[in-house]
Design a protein around this ligand. Structure first.
Ligand code: PHB
Length: 403
């Protein structure tokens, strides 16, 4: 015969289960640039996130995500920080996500630690960001993933015995050129000069910086600028100064061949070699299906770039967290437990969140820009590096030494 306590415990468990099956709306705060010169970045990320929500709603049914969007406007921190404060205290969001620019993510880190709200980064690439809070996981990339591999490959395979680097002067730019220099050194090459080229807020005239690089007569010129309107100016200036004719090879992370800007660069971009985790021409079944779904949702003329895929994958991670809670209110510790070791078959290839660093592990692709069949430009993968971890943390460089 069952005791009274056992009966009470059993009915409590039934009530708990019934409660969790009740349809709940999970508020997710999304912070990214939605106006100004970087609005395209925010749009890519949001489109990717919403595409995942639309295609995979059944994964969390009967629960739903309510994505509450706030405009971070500028790369600097204060607007994003105020938005995060408002989303946490007034909207009671259970997760924060988005974050195109590193300084935006950095300014929000102390808030998520204090409020115990999990944060899923969909872009911001400065390597040491996840060490700023135990409640940050990153589903995008780290600057060291592309920079280090490009450096080593450039020295070993592209004939770059010497190089000059140019970078947008803020944390991810510094990270990218430091990673490139370490990779070059590992490959037996040398960086002659690293040129800061203005901040991320406005696109500068790159001419004086590129001229300084040209004057050093390097074999190769490595450039990092943020994707979007900055990227479109790089190839133009490189050709205008005749750097190609002077025998200098232009290389960089895939930020400078952003798929939304590539067609506008013209034939001058042919031959450009980059390293990145995604471009629209990746020839995998997963990517072909993703691009098809993107165009069905946003129009034949809309092209997903790496930020689009990061928004998509970031929402896949958020759905995995929601599923693991079965409709219960999300906690930061529980969300991180669900994300550590999380694996997903992304359009970019297999991805995983490293359980120790809470950072992404993914393939990196060396690609070359070619003339496409239809008259436009396309990117073709020449080498794949599988399951790449962040070298900044592996080598314990600077702020990356802290966990
Ligand atoms: C960043 O601020 O971390 C950032 C922004 C745009 C990029 C890469 C990194 O293309």
């Amino acid at each position: 015969m069952r005791t009274k306590t056992a009966v009470l415990a059993a009915s409590a468990a039934v009530l708990l289960l019934a409660g969790s099956a009740e349809a709940r709306e999970i508020k997710v705060g999304f912070i990214a640039p939605k106006s100004g010169g970087a609005a395209d970045l925010g749009e890519q990320i949001e489109r990717g996130a919403r595409l995942y929500m639309k295609l995979h709603a059944n994964q969390i049914a009967p629960h739903k995500v309510n994505l509450i969007v706030r405009d971070s406007k500028r790369p600097g921190g204060p607007i994003a920080k105020a938005a995060a404060q408002e989303l946490i205290t007034r909207e009671n969001v259970e997760i924060l996500t988005g974050f195109a620019y590193s300084p935006n993510a950095m300014s929000v880190a102390p808030l998520v630690t204090a409020a115990k709200v999990p944060m899923v980064i969909m872009n911001a690439g400065t390597s040491w960001i996840p060490s700023l809070s135990p409640y940050i996981a990153r589903v995008s990339f780290t600057m060291w993933q592309s920079g280090y591999i490009m450096g080593e490959h450039a020295a070993k395979r592209l004939g770059c015995k010497t190089a000059v680097s140019g970078y947008t002067n803020y944390p991810p730019g510094k990270d990218s050129v430091n990673a490139f220099a370490r990779g070059m050194k590992a490959g037996g090459g040398k960086v002659l000069d690293a040129i800061p080229m203005g901040g991320p807020r406005n696109v500068p005239d790159f001419t004086p910086f590129f001229q300084r690089a040209k004057d050093k007569k390097p074999n190769c010129f490595y450039v990092f600028v943020p994707a979007g309107n900055h990227a479109s100016a790089v190839v133009k200036t490189f050709r205008a100064l005749g750097m190609d004719k002077a025998g200098i090879r232009l290389i960089g992370p895939g930020d400078i061949t952003d798929d939304t800007q590539l067609q506008g660069m013209g034939s001058g971009a042919v031959g450009l070699i980059t390293t990145h985790h995604y471009h629209v021409n990746l020839n995998t079944p997963g990517n072909r299906a993703f691009v098809k779904a993107w165009k069905a949702a946003y129009g034949a003329n809309s092209t997903p770039n790496f930020m689009g895929v990061q928004g998509y994958d970031g929402m896949a991670a958020i759905f995995a967290v929601i599923k693991s809670f079965g409709g219960q209110k999300i906690t930061a510790d529980g969300a991180m437990a669900a994300l550590k070791g999380w694996k997903f078959n992304s359009p970019r290839g297999p991805i995983m969140i490293d359980p120790v660093t809470r950072d992404i592990v993914q393939n990196e692709y060396i690609s070359v820009v070619k003339a496409g069949k239809g008259g436009g430009l396309m990117q073709s993968v020449t080498t794949t590096f599988k399951a790449v971890k962040d070298q900044c943390k592996a080598l314990k460089v600077g702020k990356c030494a802290k966990r």
